[in-house]
Design a protein around this ligand. Structure first.
Ligand SMILES: Nc1ncnc2c1ncn2[C@@H]1O[C@H](COP(=O)(O)OP(=O)(O)OP(=O)(O)O)[C@@H](O)[C@H]1O
Ligand SMILES: [Mg+2]
Length: 472
């Protein structure tokens, strides 16, 4: 089949109705996955798992009813460093749905310099397009590789001009053709074995001219409604120029070109927009930073203004993006905030109403700290062991040491400021300060960190409140 630009494209059956990995997971499976990275916080994990599953359920409803089922947006409330952002981060890795994590505080209300809230939808669409494009690339990569190989062979051994009938007999022509084929196959083998990588070939390459003018806009090129970004290659990039390249370079270059030809971008954007509308998730972090209903005095951006701008997007509106209009009705919003100063009740009532599910994250205990230090896939202790191991140092932490670290972290949190699991980072840095510095010069390659060592390195700092305020 050909697309609008007349390029050949391949449509694979079922490509339009594929479902993301995440959508096949039961709530329990989603929680299990999150458990690998985030300790505790059961209710928050449950809430997001249910919300995600509900969208999957919704898609199975008759269209009429599905239209009516609104996403159950969530607010996660919990003091700093207890895993709110971590849950979002892990979810996004798991999600095959387009997923965007943004800080609410980076938006400003309409009319102010800064990012307008609608740009979050545009960003989400960009992410979706990239996601779908990657999937489609995967589907065509074999074909693209074949094509690229043929094109390299054409360059290495240009097709022979056809001899005219009068000069050659049929037999001679046939012989010539066979010889040519043999040479080509020989070259193909050598190419595959990488023996020709050092050879030079001349490739018809698209020139990437820099535009002769600069685009000045305070919203940035990605926000423009007209497709300047798309126009640029059209104006400047279509000229080609012969460029000498190594064969391995040329192969890489031609592969990309072939991939681009084989992926139908119209189809990609169509699927992407649909995915955003049906499965998109936006994680609005730091929502507490825009709460408050004070009228703004002076040139300061009003937080309430930002909330009012966000409202229609959460409620369901249409946003113009460079891939077309996108409806936001069924996008799932998960908001998170520490709400130290403000309360969810300080959000404007309309916005509160759009986030019917509230979950609180618990503050972390000594036990949690022990688990956070050791259990997650890339737990802090594992990280440090790995880092030191690169220099041949075998770091070992005793159980007692880990418990003491956890206790110190809890103690400092209690006495100074509660920064949750982030405290573990500062404590670990301090604890391993000497070993990290001496690392490469250490004679003794086996280092055991036991309770005594932890006490020696940290006790004095932890005991001294003033000191720990600065150092930990
Ligand atoms: N429950 C947890 N399990 C595992 N690691 C955690 C947990 N809570 C926090 N951490 C670790 O602590 C660090 C900070 O956590 P995170 O970014 O999720 O905090 P937050 O809740 O978003 O805080 P803030 O309100 O300041 O944004 C991360 O490195 C994270 O890995
Ligand atoms: Mg956070």
């Amino acid at each position: 089949m050909k697309n609008q630009r007349g390029e050949m494209v391949i449509y694979l059956p079922g490509a339009m109705d594929e479902v993301g990995i995440l959508d096949n997971l039961s709530p329990r499976e989603i929680v299990t996955h999150l458990d690998k990275h985030v300790i505790g916080q059961k209710s928050a994990k449950r809430a997001v798992a249910i919300a995600l599953r509900n969208r999957f359920r919704r898609q199975k409803l008759p269209e009429e009813m599905a239209e009516e089922v609104m996403p159950k947006n969530i607010i996660m409330i919990g003091s700093t460093g207890v895993g709110k952002t971590e849950i979002a981060r892990r979810l996004s890795k798991l999600a095959n749905s387009p997923f965007l994590k943004v800080e609410a505080s980076k938006y400003t209300e309409v009319g102010y310099v800064g990012r307008d809230v609608e740009s979050m939808i545009r960003d989400l669409v960009e992410i979706a397009v990239e996601l779908v494009r990657e999937e489609k690339l995967e589907e065509v990569v074999d074909k693209a590789e074949q094509n690229a190989e043929e094109r390299i062979l054409d360059l290495l051994l240009p097709p022979r001009p056809q001899p005219t009938e009068e000069k050659a007999s049929n037999e001679e022509i046939l012989k010539g053709q066979q010889a040519f084929k043999r040479t080509r196959e020989k070259l193909r083998n050598q190419l595959r074995e990488g023996k020709l990588d050092d050879h030079q070939v001349e490739v018809e390459a698209k020139t990437k001219n820099m535009p002769a003018f600069e685009i000045i806009s305070n919203s940035g090129i990605e926000d423009m409604d007209i497709n300047v970004k798309d126009m640029l290659p059209g104006i400047f990039g279509q000229k080609t120029k012969k460029r000498k390249m190594r064969v391995d370079e040329a192969r890489e270059y031609l592969l990309q070109e072939e991939e681009q030809k084989l992926v139908d971008m119209d189809q990609v954007t169509r699927i992407a927009v649909e995915r955003v509308e049906q499965n998109g998730i936006i994680f609005l972090d730091e929502i507490d930073k825009i709460s408050g209903r004070e009228g703004s005095r002076g040139p300061e951006v009003s937080r309430e203004g930002v909330q009012r701008d966000i409202l229609p997007i959460v409620e369901g509106t249409t946003v113009n993006t460079r891939y077309g209009m996108v409806r936001t009705d069924h996008i799932l919003f998960i908001a998170a905030g520490a709400f130290h100063v403000s309360k969810p009740a300080d959000l404007i009532p309309e916005l509160q109403g759009r986030f019917p599910i509230r979950v609180e994250l618990e503050s972390l205990s000594v036990d949690d700290f022990v688990r956070i230090l050791t259990e997650p896939k890339s737990a802090l202790i594992k990280q440090y062991v790995g880092l030191m191991n690169t220099e041949g140092i075998k770091l070992h932490f005793s159980k007692g040491a880990i418990l003491t670290i956890a206790k110190f972290a809890a103690l400092v949190n209690e006495r100074t400021e509660n920064i949750g699991a982030r405290r573990l980072h500062t404590i670990m840095e301090k604890l391993l300060d000497e070993i990290s510095f001496e690392g490469p010069d250490l004679e003794q390659k086996n280092v055991v960190i036991d309770e005594e060592y932890v006490q020696k390195m940290l006790a004095s700092v932890v005991e001294d409140q003033d000191l720990s305020r600065y150092i930990l």
